[in-house]
Design a protein around this ligand. Structure first.
Ligand code: PSV
Ligand code: MN
Length: 397
């Protein structure tokens, strides 16, 4: 039984909240300085989907998994049927499809922005293949991130590269089915350290607009300079009807890939608040894909992903508690303290008891992490996968 209006708002918010988890969050990844291999880490697409299935099973809010084409489709398009069957076996579905135009040697000087037309054509071919894969998997979103850029002033023709990007993205857009979208992600630096071709949301917005009506901007929270006001970017993209989705992660310095909300939970709350406030004002829920882009080197990967999903739910639910009518009134009257307190009151609310009640109502465990830990899955996975992961260590030695 729902006891109060506040509980009802939390229940409603959670009923509609889903967050996609990345396959690469379950594999052995690390930093450029090294990897700490975990005995239970997933080494195959089957293991990644099995682990993702555990996260969804205990949280109930992660039904889809983002896949990276080169890492997850061992035989490209030919493996789609097999990957789909595996996803169904583990109780998840395939979410966004991520092309990879950064790993191959040919991309040393860029992909769609490369001065060599053959490399640009190869990158485009891969993206078009990915769009076909996404059609086969039933994935709405093709999520594009480019490592393109340069390291030294004067070495790249910035305007030409912009034009090549526009050309490539237009062609890619032309292949979308009516129900698909291109998401254009931006990043100010890394791996390029002088300029990146899509450095910020303005560039991503212009390129998405040029690509065509089904392209949108993807905001990766780790891809901003320190102190940048991300919720303002979100508010602008909402106004422009150009917000396509998020890659959530937290950071202290740059693209740290830390657990969502671990450093600055108020930041995530403020982002969610802009979305709830937009819906309250316009009555139009935007089509925004909430996704996680984290891959953990030190914490256990499945446990961390459960922690992530739970934290995202808490922050989303808190943001749903803002008194929008009061906030709008205070803003109009320039009642600064009252307006600010509206946000702070919602942020300070302990929503955890209500979320536990929501989980009970959905037949989910009240404490997803404890339930997962009690299941013995991790110990089993470690036993079954330890040998393969040991092999990995050896191959790095
Ligand atoms: C690049 O830093 C990025 O955020 C892109 O979204 C990639 O797909 C992902 O990380 C790979 O880990
Ligand atoms: Mn990302």
């Amino acid at each position: 039984m729902i006891a109060s209006a506040q509980e009802e708002r939390v229940f409603q918010a959670l009923d509609s909240f889903e967050i996609e988890i990345p396959s690469w969050g379950f594999a052995n990844t690390g930093t450029r300085f090294g990897k700490f291999v975990q005995p239970s880490a997933a080494t195959t697409i089957e293991e990644k989907l099995s682990d993702a299935g555990q996260v969804h099973r205990y949280t109930g809010c992660c039904p889809s998994v983002a896949l990276h084409v080169l890492w997850d489709f061992p035989e490209g398009r030919a493996s789609v049927a097999q990957v789909k069957t595996l996803a169904a076996k583990y109780g998840v579905r395939i979410g966004s499809i991520n092309p990879n135009v950064f790993q191959d040697q040919i991309y040393k000087h860029g992909s769609l922005g490369n001065p060599d037309p053959e490399v640009r054509a190869a990158a485009l071919r891969h993206i078009l293949d990915c769009i076909e894969i996404a059609k086969d998997t039933g994935s709405r979103d093709i999520s594009l991130w480019f490592a393109d850029g340069s390291n030294y002033p004067g070495t790249a023709n910035i305007r030409r590269r912009r034009a090549w990007f526009e050309e490539g993205l237009k062609e890619a857009h032309g292949r979308l089915a009516a129900w698909q979208r291109l998401l254009v992600e931006y990043k100010p630096f890394e791996p390029a350290f002088y300029h990146t071709d899509i450095a910020d949301w303005g560039m991503a917005l212009l390129l998405a607009r040029a690509a065509g009506p089904q392209a949108r901007v993807l905001v990766d929270t780790g891809h901003h300079y320190q102190a940048q006001n991300i919720e303002q970017i979100v508010a602008w993209l909402l106004s422009e009807e150009m917000l396509g989705g998020f890659h959530f992660n937290d950071r202290r310095y740059a693209d740290d890939d830390l657990t969502i909300g671990s450093i600055d939970p108020y930041q995530v709350f403020r982002i969610f608040h802009e979305i709830h406030f937009f819906v309250w004002e316009t009555g139009q829920p935007p089509e925004v894909a909430y996704m996680i882009d984290q891959s953990h080197n030190l914490k256990n990967k499945i446990e961390e992903m459960i922690q992530t999903a739970v934290t995202a739910q808490e922050l989303y639910a808190k943001a749903a508690l803002v008194d929008h009518a009061a906030l709008a009134r205070h803003q109009q009257r320039c009642e600064l303290i009252e307006a600010e307190e509206c946000l702070k009151a919602a942020f300070a609310t302990d929503v955890r008891p209500t979320i536990r009640a929501w989980r009970r109502a959905k037949g989910l465990p009240e404490d997803p992490l404890a339930a997962f830990r009690a299941s013995g899955y991790l110990e089993r996975a470690a036993r079954e996968r330890a040998e393969k992961n040991k092999g990995l260590v050896a191959s790095y030695a």
